[in-house]
Ligand binder design. Structure first.
Ligand code: ADP
Ligand code: ADP
Length: 227
């Protein structure tokens, strides 16, 4: 259970004259699937990376259950992130890639094994655990990246354009898989995309951004008259 508050968050990168994100203000309810959508350069990634702790917040507060998280190190946030380029370690097996986030936290080995095997089952990766990422298809690699997030059992999942390197057919299939995964886990998801169809089909609520600012927030039905 967690409530997330993004309170008047702004970002100016060191050396930049202009702000990349201005006064981003949003409350996220427990278990919501939020999609940030907007054109390239509108500040989606920057906002997500501030939540992940990969970028400093210039102004404003990011809170989880009332606690200000601005200064908490990325590793100590209860957050799992999935990157566009999958960010898999090429020299490690699928198993070790999925276990990585728990291993660096010195998590119990037996429990790690159980979590990796459970996640592999959900994602159809059971037969691939000993392979290296280079021996997988794009869709399988994306599933490994999702698996690495799942085994962390984090409260908040951040997904930054996770499907943009996949072909159109696989993208549609993975959309459904990610939506089902969200249902199954019941965690908060924040998903970044420039694809409006992705936003409409996956989101509980959509945040439309342009030029570093929130333009509109609403359900797909409210914004696009979609169910
Ligand atoms: P989006 O994810 O919507 O494509 P970004 O958050 O990546 O947008 O970028 C928002 C703005 O911030 C852009 O103008 C971009 O050039 C700028 N920006 C992004 N990352 C950096 C950085 N590391 N240093 C300086 N400016 C950056
Ligand atoms: P972008 O969103 O701009 O495409 P990338 O997906 O390439 O960014 O990666 C964002 C940054 O996060 C990179 O600097 C990378 O080194 C770092 N990074 C990659 N994987 C992880 C991870 N699992 N945990 C923390 N940081 C990571």
């Amino acid at each position: 259970m967690s409530i997330i508050n993004l309170e008047h968050i702004s970002k100016r990168y060191p050396g930049n004259k202009d702000y990349s994100v201005t006064d981003f203000n949003l409350d996220i309810k427990d278990g919501e699937f939020i999609v940030f959508v907007g054109p390239s350069g509108c500040g989606k990634s920057t906002t997500l990376r501030m939540i992940a702790g990969l970028e400093d917040i210039t102004e404003g507060d990011f809170k989880i259950d009332g606690k200000v998280m601005n200064e908490v190190a990325p590793r100590d946030r209860d957050i799992a992130m999935v990157f566009q380029n999958y960010a898999l370690y090429p020299h490690m097996s699928v198993y070790d890639n999925m276990a990585f986030g728990l291993n660096i936290r010195k998590h119990d080995k037996e429990d790690t094994k159980k979590r990796v095997e459970d996640a592999a089952k959900i994602l159809g990766l059971t037969d691939f655990l000993e392979r290296k990422p280079s021996a997988l298809s794009g869709g399988q690699r994306q599933r490994v990246a999702l698996g690495r997030a799942i085994v962390r059992d984090a409260n908040l999942f951040l997904l930054d354009e996770p499907l943009s390197n996949l072909d159109a057919k696989l993208r549609v299939q993975m959309r459904t898989e990610i939506a089902q995964l969200h249902q199954r886990l019941g965690r908060n998801f924040i998903y970044v995309t420039h694809d409006q169809v992705e936003a409409m089909t996956m989101a509980d609520r959509i945040v439309i951004m342009s030029d570093g600012k929130i333009q509109q927030v609403g359900t797909p039905k409210e914004l696009y008259n979609e169910p």
